[in-house]
Design a protein around this ligand. Structure first.
Ligand code: C2O
Ligand code: CU
Length: 465
């Protein structure tokens, strides 16, 4: 006879066994996914290049791809083998607050030698990622990130038609090694953030992916760069949009403009059904010359195209626009911006203070995590967040714990409908309105995902009670 205890441990072992294949053998004996933050040497330029001293999960950047089913529970143990405190944030997951991984807000940073057990359920299907959330400007740039993919309940793309492309922008020196001398450079912090000079896909330079002809393929693009807004042209190879920031659209959308912008932390899932012989490349266009990120070889012969699986849409709480409360977010600071009215830790910054504190961006005049939240919301309340970019730079604003609908973009020609997102881009002089129901209790960060901007002040939070 099998007792209840035995039965439970048996089914736990079964779950672990099925997940093992995708979690890259990172399991401890008790079925917990182990993520060891540790140094590892990696050649960013491939075998002949110089060795870079990266910070990794389990010895390689990007870290292991975590693959789950919608509604599944994740147990992950962060083991910090670095010399710097760290934490893990599960970007885009509508997660229970205590598991959000924001050092200094939802948990203490895990000290060197320490561990932290994350335990949560993934409520939505889609393309997400995880990354360090303590001194992230430093830790993410050194390699502490990975993909987190949640499969839909209904039809999915078969594994050989489902491709994760985790994109990064590294700054390397002349030998091809990660350039570390400029970490924390105020020049980057006050301008567009740490921009790199080497773009990789899943840690490799210009990989070749093979696609079978006449079959629908899902390309999951994730921008893990600290600061670069990737400029892409998916329409050039006939791709349509399946999802933004993890949330599937009711039906695939055609992109009728270029370039398509993918800001730091944003994701887009593309649908492409290539024809035989139509090889193509995914190019990045922000640097004057097209920069090939990846090449796609199309194999097979001409034939009938198979239809794409219809993705089930996540059930997100629709904002109640009639009852929405407007919260205004005034973005200031940065080079060529207003630097004379920034309050940091209760004090007005002046002259040398900017250099000394590294604080040079502000949200409603305050740099970096004031004691008081930007707003307090009742659980269930709809907030209309009106963000006004009074700076000379583009920003990628991320709301933790919730997805929002973009309801209006003033000053932008891009019209992508009213998509659900967790991160929105806002150009200089633009005003963007997003709405969401505050249905997730806790303290949630709201910040620019250009990680140098966040470190230099573009960081606030809100409280849902
Ligand atoms: Cu991707 Cu505050 O995080
Ligand atoms: Cu920014």
């Amino acid at each position: 006879m099998i007792g209840r205890r035995q039965f439970l441990s048996q089914s736990a072992a079964m779950v672990a066994a099925t997940s093992l294949a995708t979690w890259h053998g990172a399991f401890a004996a008790d079925g917990v996914l182990e993520l060891r933050a540790r140094r590892a040497e990696q050649k960013l330029l491939g075998q002949r290049g110089a060795v870079s001293p990266l910070w990794t999960y389990n010895g390689r950047a990007p870290g292991p791809e975590i693959r789950l089913r919608k509604g599944e529970r994740v147990q992950a143990r962060l083991i910090n083998e670095l010399e710097e405190a760290t934490s893990i944030h599960w970007h885009g997951i509508r997660i229970v607050n205590a598991m959000d991984g924001v050092a200094g807000l939802t948990q203490q940073a895990v000290p060197p030698g320490g561990t932290f057990d994350y335990d949560f359920v993934v409520p939505d299907a889609g393309t997400y990622w995880y990354h360090a959330h303590n001194r992230s400007w430093n830790q993410v740039a050194r390699g502490l990130y990975g993909a987190l993919i949640v499969d839909e309940e209904g039809p999915v793309f078969p594994p050989e038609q489902d491709h994760v492309l985790l994109l990064d922008d590294w700054r390397v020196d002349g030998s091809g090694a990660l350039e570390t001398a400029s970490f924390g450079a105020l020049m980057d912090w006050s301008h567009g953030g740490r921009l790199g000079n080497l773009l990789t896909v899943n840690g490799a330079i210009r990989p070749v992916l093979s696609l079978s002809a006449n079959r629908p393929h899902r390309l999951r693009l994730i921008n893990a760069a600290n600061a670069r807004v990737l400029q892409l042209d998916p329409a050039s190879f006939g791709a349509r949009v399946l999802a933004y920031d993890g949330q599937a659209l009711p039906e695939p959308a055609t992109l009728d403009y270029a370039p398509f912008l993918l800001g730091p932390a944003q994701r887009v899932d593309l649908l492409v059904t290539p024809e035989a012989g139509q090889d193509f490349s995914l190019d990045e266009l922000s640097q004057g010359q097209p920069y090939p990120l990846a090449d796609f070889r199309v194999t097979g012969t001409a034939g009938q195209s198979a239809p794409a699986p219809v993705l089930s849409v996540n059930d997100l709480p629709e904002p109640d626009m009639g009852a929405a409360r407007t919260v205004t977010l005034d973005m200031t600071g940065g080079m060529m911006g207003r630097l004379d009215d920034i309050v940091y830790r209760g004090r007005q910054l002046e002259g040398e203070d900017l250099r000394r504190t590294g604080q040079m961006w502000a949200l409603n005049g305050v740099a970096n995590l004031a004691d008081e939240p930007l707003f307090r919301a009742r659980r269930g309340e709809t907030i209309l967040l009106e963000t006004i970019n009074n700076t000379a730079f583009v920003h990628a604003m991320h709301v933790h714990g919730h997805h929002f609908r973009i309801t209006e973009r003033v000053g932008s020609t891009v019209d992508e409908g009213r998509p659900w997102r967790d991160t929105f881009l806002i150009g200089p002089g633009q005003t963007t309105r997003v709405a969401f129901i505050c249905d997730n209790p806790g303290k949630w960060l709201l910040h620019c995902h250009m990680l140098e901007h966040a470190a230099a002040g573009m960081n606030t939070w809100f409280d849902v009670a």
